[in-house]
Write a protein that binds this ligand. Structure first.
Ligand code: UD1
Ligand code: UDP
Length: 388
């Protein structure tokens, strides 16, 4: 048994002692902003915390889009992004900046999310100052040190540093238990990605799509281990597909990483039915997902969102740390092999029964209430440790 999930009581959320704890929430990249926005908003709503949002700004434009959308108020912005930065640049910039910030703010708890270098350095800086750490989206594993790189190691190290582990699924909890993490420190909460998705779908309401003569593949790809050859094979597969299907268009909001852009614009820049566009705002991207025929991606977050929208997702990786959708038959890891990508996309486009099976709507990654559970659990831990 993992730690019991507290029952949220929105009418009676304020701590009976009236004490507000300082909660530092660390965000570096686009997906961290999307997935931590629900936690920031819920912690503020509960009235139990002084919430301090700290940006490393490992990303800049792609992060700012999300900070603005969710209306996050920023306590500190370390502004560390450099063009084509190395992992060491991000690590040293974030670690030093976060350490100084935590020393100044002295939060009661630090919250980090996922598996980026910001996540790992946030946990490490807090650990050095003996500030407890809560890890949102804990326990995802491929058990392959190089896939995804460096995220698999970032998440293992973060698990060693964290005090509270918010596992999105029972399977991620099992992974943590196998590594010796105490059951009483693990909470199965669902993924806050689904909170953000449901919140956004609610805001968007019913949107009529323009009727289209085309079928649309929505593509995103950015992973470091796919840079170079992997990206080239993905691009070549896209060209094969638009050649094979006259009614197919591919929409690709291209990540701002210069290594990704160099390959993508060189290979795909000239086809009338391959639309290379700038990274979309989250609402626009959710709309694009909901209107796509199918999704091709190496993104973690998109893998989580697609099943909740009933969209088949082909994962451009050999292994995934999110096996739940694959096991349910609505996602498939196809790697970056050109022929395999073409074969699996073609099967979805040609075989209506196969398409229908992979389009079942389900929510393997959460029910949209993860943030409430996370905020309750942190508050409960702080109350028990301070006796308030
Ligand atoms: C990072 C994370 C990855 C996550 C991804 C989400 C690490 C090691 N990697 O990868 O886990 O999946 O973010 O997108 O933490 N850039 C801009 N503007 C932006 C964002 C990026 O110009 O708003 C460019 C910069 O040149 C930057 C480069 O992209 O140097 C790479 O950014 P970086 O955060 O180092 O790696 P990502 O590949 O984005
Ligand atoms: N996303 C977005 N605009 C885009 C592409 C993606 O808002 O143009 C969202 C997507 O819905 C998901 C998150 O960004 O929530 C995924 O981010 P990314 O792929 O950069 O990182 P990963 O999830 O792989 O760490």
């Amino acid at each position: 048994m993992s730690a019991p999930i507290p029952t949220p009581d929105p009418l009676n959320d304020a701590d009976s002692s009236g004490e507000r704890h300082k909660l530092a929430i660390v965000i570096g990249t686009r997906p961290e902003a999307i997935k931590l926005a629900p936690v920031v908003l819920e912690a503020q709503r509960s009235g139990r915390f002084d919430v301090q949002v700290i940006l490393t700004s490992q990303h800049r434009e792609m992060l700012d889009q999300m900070v603005e959308l969710f209306g996050l108020e920023i306590e500190t912005d370390l502004d560390i992004m450099k063009p084509d930065q190395s992992l060491a640049d991000v690590t040293t910039g974030a670690l030093g900046g976060l350490h100084d910030t935590f020393e100044r703010l002295r939060p009661d708890f630090v919250v980090v999310q996922g598996d980026t270098t910001t996540t790992f350095t946030g946990a490490l800086a807090a650990f050095y100052l003996q500030i407890p750490v809560a890890h949102v989206e804990a326990g995802l594993r491929t058990y392959d040190r190089k896939q995804p790189f460096p995220e698999e190691i970032n998440r293992c190290l973060t698990s060693q540093l964290a005090d509270l582990h918010f596992a999105p699924t029972p399977q991620s909890r099992e992974n943590l238990l196998k590594e010796g993490i105490l059951d009483s420190n693990i909470w199965v909460t669902g993924n806050t990605a689904i909170d953000a998705l449901f919140y956004t779908l609610d805001k968007l309401g019913d949107q009529d799509a323009e009727p289209s003569a085309h079928r649309t593949v929505l593509l995103t790809a950015h992973r470091r281990e796919n840079h170079g050859e992997g990206m080239e094979h993905i691009c070549d597969a896209v060209l094969d597909l638009v050649d094979r299907y006259d009614d197919l268009r591919v929409v690709y909001p291209v990540h701002l990483s210069p290594r990704v852009r160099a390959t993508v614009f060189a290979r795909l820049g000239n086809h009338p039915r391959v639309e290379l566009i700038e990274p979309l705002g989250y609402q626009e991207f959710v709309l694009a997902m909901s209107r796509a025929t199918l999704i091709l991606t190496d993104s973690g977050g998109v893998q989580e969102e697609a099943p909740s929208l009933g969209k088949p997702v082909l994962i451009l990786r050999e292994v995934t740390e999110r096996p739940e959708a694959t096991e349910a038959g609505v996602a498939l890891a196809v790697g970056t092999d050109r022929a395999r990508i073409v074969r699996e996309v073609s099967r979805l486009l040609d075989d209506a029964e196969h398409y229908r099976t992979m389009s079942e709507t389900m929510n393997p990654y959460g029910d949209g209430t993860a943030a409430v559970r996370i905020v309750e659990a942190i508050a409960a831990r702080l109350s028990s440790s301070t006796g308030s």
